[in-house]
Structures are given as structure tokens and as C-alpha cells.
Design a protein around this ligand. Structure first.
Ligand SMILES: C[S@@+](CC[C@H](N)C(=O)[O-])C[C@H]1O[C@@H](n2cnc3c(N)ncnc32)[C@H](O)[C@@H]1O
Length: 301
């Protein structure tokens, strides 16, 4: 079975009926592009091995001793979160899967290796798309994992192209409703869609929400908004799991130590700017106020 061929621009924001608009889409996506091309994201890539997401800590991290190698702990937690999603994906060998907001390709390649499926990844960042293609080529998986520069709200694929898909820590940049409507269009009947999302769990101040929106177009939903959102956009809810205690809180606690572990390499990325390094190390703490959700849903058969 071949991969889905891009069919050009389809279903742009203004073409999707009943969709709320959040400012001018072009400005919003430009903000996201800038955000992912910063040295901070190169540093995160270094720490997590091509996975631009948080991590999963299965045990009660409050009871544990601090890890011997905080950097290895962070990288392993990022891989564990990827493995969790891979395990929940129901895609079979040879089937097509869409990774919407694919970053630099780490999770897509893990899925291809485990399931022997065909992945089409899309990102709004030209830098990430190049990195993802290079990563797939280095891994000898460029045929199985392809990466496109495209907007999640106008996916360049025909309707019902994919047997499964995910938004792996990406939907909060896009506008949840239009992103789900567009994902629903390209998924086949019966396809399972997974997503992880940063959410408002009641600890975020209005100022924090505003800052995140201005920085990179983040919109935080609450867990309670999900069932109606999925029903409205044509999905059946399968699973809704609050992972705040397993993902966001341990990340908030452990990120700075991981940065300290790889200080020299990260400082080189920041051209020896110590203040920038300190600001980067402090980013982790912000996740103490943010919730984390895992969702599985299905297009009705
Ligand atoms: C936190 S990163 C997650 C990357 C990847 N899923 C991973 O886990 O490594 C968010 C991703 O969403 C992508 N993104 C944000 N808005 C987008 C949009 N409108 N269209 C396509 N991709 C988008 C970003 O470019 C980035 O790749």
C-alpha cells in the first residue's frame, strides 16, 4: 500500500463551517513557527533525542530519590511517553497514519519501527520539517515516514486517507475545534485518533494564559470541555485520562537538573549566554501549574 499523496490546499480555516476564529490565522501560525525555531527548542531536542514533548513518569516520583542522571531520566521519560502513545495506537503494518504537529520526527519514527506502518507527519515549522526528513533519512526510514510543511487546519491530503492519527502535544497551538474537524476529514471510518494536551487544571493565572497565547498561540481547555468538543466534531470518546501527576508535575520538578547535567552543550547552543541558559532551566517550573491530558477517540465506523 502506498502513502497518501498530498492533494494541495484543502479545507482552509474559512472553509470549515461552524468553526471559531482566534485572531488572524497567519499571525498565529507565524508565532508558532518562530517559537519552534529558537535555540531553546534545539536544546530541548538535545535533551530528549528528537522528541519535543514532556515525559511520563510511571511511579510516584515524590517518593523516589532524585535520579543519578537527571538528563538520562528526562530523555527516558520522553521516550516512555512516546511508547505509551505507540502502545495505544491501533494502526497495523502497512496502514497509513497521520502525525499532526510532528516536531522533528522522533515519535513518528518510533511508531514506524514498532508498527511497520506508513506515517505522514506535518509541521508548520520549515526548520522542523527539514530536521524530521534528515532524521528519517539517517534512520533509513524515509520511505515509511514522510514529513510535510503544512498547516494542520488545511491538511494536504484527500478525505479518509488515514487509518489512524495523533496530535502529540500539538493541538493546543492550533485551535482545538478546527484542528479536530480537519483531522476528522482525513481519517477513515473506524480510525482511532490519539491526542495529548496541556490543559487548564485550575492553577493557571489569567496572566499565564495570556502570555502563552501571545508567545505561541496556546489555548488551554479544561478536561470537562473534552467530551462535548469530541462529540461536536464527530468523534466517539474512548478514553480521557488526566496525566498531570505523571507528566507535568514531575517534568516541572526535574527539568532544571537535566539542563544542569548537559550544561556545557546547552551553553554552546546559547552562544555562552548564561542568562539565557538560566531562563531555559527555569522553564520547567511553569509546568507545575499546567495539567496534562491523554485522549483516545474514534471516528464512528
Ligand atoms: C510541542 S511540539 C510536539 C512535536 C511532536 N509531536 C513531538 O511530540 O515531538 C508541537 C508541534 O505542533 C506543530 N504545530 C503547531 N501548530 C501547527 C499547525 N497549525 N499546523 C501544523 N503543525 C503545527 C509545531 O510545529 C510542533 O511541531
Amino acid at each position: 500500500m502506498g502513502q497518501a499523496e498530498p492533494v494541495g490546499q484543502v479545507a482552509g480555516v474559512e472553509q470549515v463551517a461552524g468553526v471559531e476564529q482566534r485572531g488572524q490565522p497567519e499571525i498565529a501560525t507565524n508565532r508558532v513557527v518562530d517559537y519552534y525555531e529558537t535555540a531553546e527548542h534545539r536544546a530541548l531536542d538535545l535533551l530528549t533525542g528528537g522528541q519535543i514533548h514532556l515525559g511520563y513518569w510511571p511511579k510516584d516520583w515524590r517518593q523516589e530519590e532524585g535520579p543519578a542522571s537527571p538528563a538520562a531520566d528526562l530523555a527516558e521519560a520522553a521516550s516512555r511517553l512516546t511508547r505509551l502513545l505507540v502502545a495505544k495506537s491501533r494502526v497495523a503494518a502497512g496502514e497509513r497514519f497521520i502525525d499532526i504537529g510532528c516536531g522533528v520526527g522522533g515519535p513518528a519514527l518510533a511508531l514506524v519501527r514498532e508498527r511497520r506502518c506508513l506515517v505522514d507527519g506535518v509541521t508548520i515549522s520549515p526548520f522542523q520539517q527539514e530536521q524530521a526528513v534528515a532524521r528519517a533519512t539517517r534512520a533509513g526510514l524515509a520511505e515509511q515516514a514522510r514529513f510535510y510543511l503544512a498547516d494542520a487546519l488545511a491538511l494536504p491530503f484527500a478525505a479518509a486517507s488515514f487509518a489512524g492519527g495523533w496530535f502529540f502535544e500539538s493541538i493546543f497551538h492550533m485551535g482545538h475545534r478546527p484542528a479536530l474537524v480537519e483531522a476528522r476529514r482525513v481519517l477513515q471510518p473506524g480510525a482511532v485518533l490519539l491526542l495529548t494536551d496541556v490543559i487548564d487544571c485550575g492553577r493557571l493565572s489569567e496572566e499565564e494564559k495570556q502570555t502563552a497565547r501571545e508567545l505561541c498561540n496556546v489555548d488551554y481547555l479544561t478536561i470537562d470541555q473534552y467530551p462535548a468538543l469530541l462529540a461536536d466534531t464527530g468523534f466517539e470518546l474512548l478514553e480521557l485520562v488526566d496525566l498531570t501527576e505523571r507528566v507535568a508535575l514531575p517534568f516541572a520538578t526535574r527539568f532544571a537538573a537535566a539542563v544542569a547535567d548537559r550544561r556545557a552543550e546547552i551553553l554552546a547552543i546559547f552562544s555562552d549566554d548564561e542568562e539565557r541558559l538560566a531562563r531555559f532551566a527555569a522553564v520547567g517550573e511553569k509546568f507545575a501549574n499546567i495539567g496534562y491530558l491523554l485522549v483516545a477517540c474514534r471516528v464512528p465506523a
